[in-house]
Design a binder for this molecule. Sequence first.
Ligand SMILES: NC(=O)c1ccc[n+]([C@@H]2O[C@H](COP(=O)([O-])OP(=O)(O)OC[C@H]3O[C@@H](n4cnc5c(N)ncnc54)[C@H](OP(=O)(O)O)[C@@H]3O)[C@@H](O)[C@H]2O)c1
Length: 480
Amino acid sequence: MKILITGATGYIGRRLIYSMIEDGADIRVFVRNKAKLERPITQACEITEGSTFDSDKMAEALKDIHTAYYLIHSMGKDGDFEDMDKKSAELFRDACIDAGVKKIIYLGGLGDISTASKHLKSRMETGQVLSAKPEKIQTIIFRAGVIVGSGSAGFEIIRNICQKLPAMITPQWVDTKTEPIGVDDVIKYLQTAGKSSFCNDKDTLIVDIGAEVMSFKEMILRGAKLMGLNRHIFKVPVLSPKFSSYWLILFSPVNFSVAKALVAGLSSETIKLNDNAQKYFPEIHPESYEESFLKAIDDIHNRQVISSWCDSSDGKVCDVPFVHDISKAVFKDRYTEETEGYSKEALFKSVCSIGGEKGWGAYDVLWQIRGFTDKIFGGVGINRGRRDSLELRVGDSLDFWKVVDVIPNKRLLLSAQMKVPGSAWLEFQIIDGYMIQTAFFYPKGVTGRLYWYAMLPFHKLIFKKMLDDIIKGADEFSKQ
Ligand SMILES: NC(=O)c1ccc[n+]([C@@H]2O[C@H](COP(=O)([O-])OP(=O)(O)OC[C@H]3O[C@@H](n4cnc5c(N)ncnc54)[C@H](OP(=O)(O)O)[C@@H]3O)[C@@H](O)[C@H]2O)c1
């Protein structure tokens, strides 16, 4: 039975693939940019590159497929994401029917559609579109609320606000009921559904999943306790959604559009509305909130974070049609340093460990100010951090950069996701005895050009020192 997994570069898809590889499944993955897939996946799975909006590629991906997982969404993207998500689901469903696929498995959001936020509603509508032709194809729809796992948006928000804020002033939504579930259990449900047959082959099955009902306040306070922190929450009667979103972006890694979508969803309950999980999957006993939370913390300490909430492209940066042709850049600012006495391996490890909790060298405060301004203006900001403290792969977020090329011991190319009037890249190259750091910029109009010239004095101050710090940082890796 050949299985197709879409959203393979996303938070859930990537974890499902690893679990299925372990299970010996015959997998094909459908991705928009295969450079984002790491070796264990490319070695074990067939890959088809394409988008759900490309019918030829989808037909190719769905050939001989028995079960297809739909793990795609556009949350966090600007523009009309609802129509885009609906269209994508419709094209996918019809392509599955044409290819003779037997079953679609989808993971959407938990809750009541009549009170759901715009984003959650769109997740539910995606399920409705996928299952709109039950006479032709069976659809299993899982619905989950907050997913607790290393790198998940829900977990990272709680971890960050608890670490940064001894006391929190929150709106009334902290009392809203929710039913979180650990990511490993979500994967178990998805995987088991692929192996089982349910009811009549043409029936649609909606399975609500969750481990334990609690309020958001309990989630935060219990999470803090697990980290050994004593935190306090003070509710105030009025706090506008916009203010709450700003509060969230300042103290957590998410950007304004994600924060806005999350805050909008906090006023409605996200708890199970059916007991199909127990009925059809009695062998799965979801872990407690505490167990999932501690597992997530362990994953971070042991550098075992498989996927992160900001892995998907969130815009054009890692989409296939977007060519990273830095040769077209109009401006460049290059710094070269000798690296005598350091191996290429140690230098590369040092380059790949920049950012995140380690920061950006001597002038980190200037990067922080730039990141803060970026977040205020709706950008991704600098506190997204990084999935792994040492390794980088294509598609990883690195504070306000996205990794777009990694050639071990030779090159690291980062593309800026911060708000800039144009396109910006930062490249590190290791060439016999030298390390070269280059900032490339393709300006958009006059503003872009003015921006570049305004930034040049800061480059002079920051970049040379940053390069020196990276080279010195190789000491740490030379000794290993
Ligand atoms: N993560 C959670 O906490 C959570 C909680 C509850 C429910 N869910 C549900 O689980 C599902 C998966 O979520 P997720 O968090 O894994 O999403 P995610 O991390 O944002 O990943 C989305 C994936 O969709 C791909 N994609 C987007 N548009 C595409 C297109 N047109 N064609 C092909 N691929 C496309 C992205 O590829 P690129 O890498 O190319 O961008 C990425 O792999 C969603 O339905 C979501 O509602 C998630």
